[in-house]
Write a protein of this length. Sequence first.
Length: 319
Amino acid sequence: MEGVSQVSNKPYNVLCPADDRRAWLEARRGGIGASDIGAIMGLNPWKDSLAVYADKLGLGEEESSEAAQLGLALEPAIVQLLISDQQFKGEFGEMKPQREQRLLASRKHSYLRCTLDYRVRPKGGGKPLVVECKRTSLTRSYDEGPPKHVWAQAQQQMLVTGEDRIVLAVLLPAAFRWMVVERDEAFIRQTLIPVAADFWRRVEQQDPPPIKDYYLPAVQRAIQRIYPEAKAGKAIEVDDPCFAEMWRRLEDIAETKRELEQDEAAIRAQIQAAMGDAERMILPGGLSFSWKTQRRPVYERGPQKGETVYRVFRRHRIK
């Protein structure tokens, strides 16, 4: 592996620093990252193995999304919240954070990789703890421990690094929480490694993994990226009756959609006719409609020439 730095007495090699974004993305594409494993195993509610497969073939979506950039920027604050937490200090003592941000690869399973956020080191000396920083807008997502895909991510990090436990530091919308994930050797050996090995074989052989969750937008986008163009004149004959049933289902859905859209438009018009020039209609139980006037300036090659006046209709519920 290019750019590999061997670390003595460690079960991993250092591939590159994460601050070299281009090199990091390229090296990460050459293996399975810890944040990939949950999707590969079917544990991630937003992504599945086909989306990861597309990424490994270089057909993936842009990694540096606004949410990802915000999460990265918040990591120093999250780790400070952790080492300042009184319960954490009571259990582990005073700690000093050390930024990691290096892409590591397992020596034994070179396609298994991870990028750690931080290690926190005891000020008085002793073994450091690995810290994974998380930010989520889902208030209750960590109420019963880490989500399954995050737990699997921590297990792969421990596989690569040889650690026995990892601390998750989680910034919630109005709270901070931390928890310790212990290494599960049986899961790593019996589940994670076999599933990851089969997936990586598929990547090397360009054999797409089976799709389970067609409803996921990430899966739908991955299919479009894997098959971006049709071969002119190519046709396939399929005898499987399920596809004929799908054709009929799509026809039924299209008709139902048309009927629902007509119903929606009729109901909306009936309400608007009853409201007339009123801005709001108040209903029992905290329900209401609004139909407010909006004005948008109109420009034509320079100064404002007038304005467009229109009304915006909305439903409201007072909780």
